[in-house]
Design a protein around this ligand. Structure first.
Ligand code: URA
Length: 187
């Protein structure tokens, strides 16, 4: 089976997922992920927000527009890479996913997505995604920009685009990290 079919099969398995509390906390749909199943670069965010929950695609709101702008400035379209979140369902009031929610989603879906796609490098966007992958607390401003080997492959933690919307002076740091990840993915 090719990667497109494998991902589709996984998506269908969890389209009505009820494995964690988020299933009953007002989600519109499971936001699985999107982009190129053969991508060498994967981006992992935190969880869908309001727009993502409605449209069924990660990073389509303001943070997503910022991300797309950075990718475009590096000569990459978001369709060329694979984008997903740690939690596939929108948490109420956009709160951070609870550890049990992240853990369920990581084990059941995310680890399998990574196994299928086999990206050369994964950019974790923000502390929630980075902590969920590393399984330990992270101070993202200290750990961003450096690659870390994990059992799920090489990750490059960086700042979350929503943080950049609130702290515009940090734009360059996110742009630099995304550029490094793109370069590595092409090497
Ligand atoms: N923030 C995230 O972490 N993921 C999205 O999909 C949108 C905003």
């Amino acid at each position: 089976m090719n990667k497109i079919n494998e991902l589709e099969k996984l998506k269908q398995m969890y389209i009505n997922c009820t494995s964690c509390p988020l299933a009953k906390l007002g989600r519109t749909q499971v936001v699985f992920g999107c982009g190129n199943p053969n991508a060498k670069l994967m981006l992992i965010g935190e969880a869908p927000g309001k727009n993502e929950d409605i449209q069924g695609e990660p990073f389509v709101g303001r943070a997503g527009k910022l991300l797309a702008q950075i990718l475009e400035s590096c000569g990459i379209n978001r369709k060329d890479i694979y984008i997903t979140n740690i939690a596939k369902c929108r948490p109420p009031h956009n709160r951070t996913p609870l550890p049990e929610e992240s853990k369920a989603c990581k084990t059941l879906i995310l680890e399998k997505q990574i196994e299928i796609i086999q990206p050369k490098i994964i950019c974790t966007l923000g502390s929630c995604a980075t902590q969920a992958i590393l399984g330990r607390p992270v101070q993202i401003t200290k750990e961003r920009g450096q690659t870390i080997k994990t059992n799920l492959g090489l990750i490059l933690p960086t700042l979350h685009p929503a943080y950049i919307l609130r702290n515009k002076t940090k734009y360059k740091l996110l742009a630099e990290d995304i550029e490094s990840a793109i370069k590595f993915s092409k090497s």
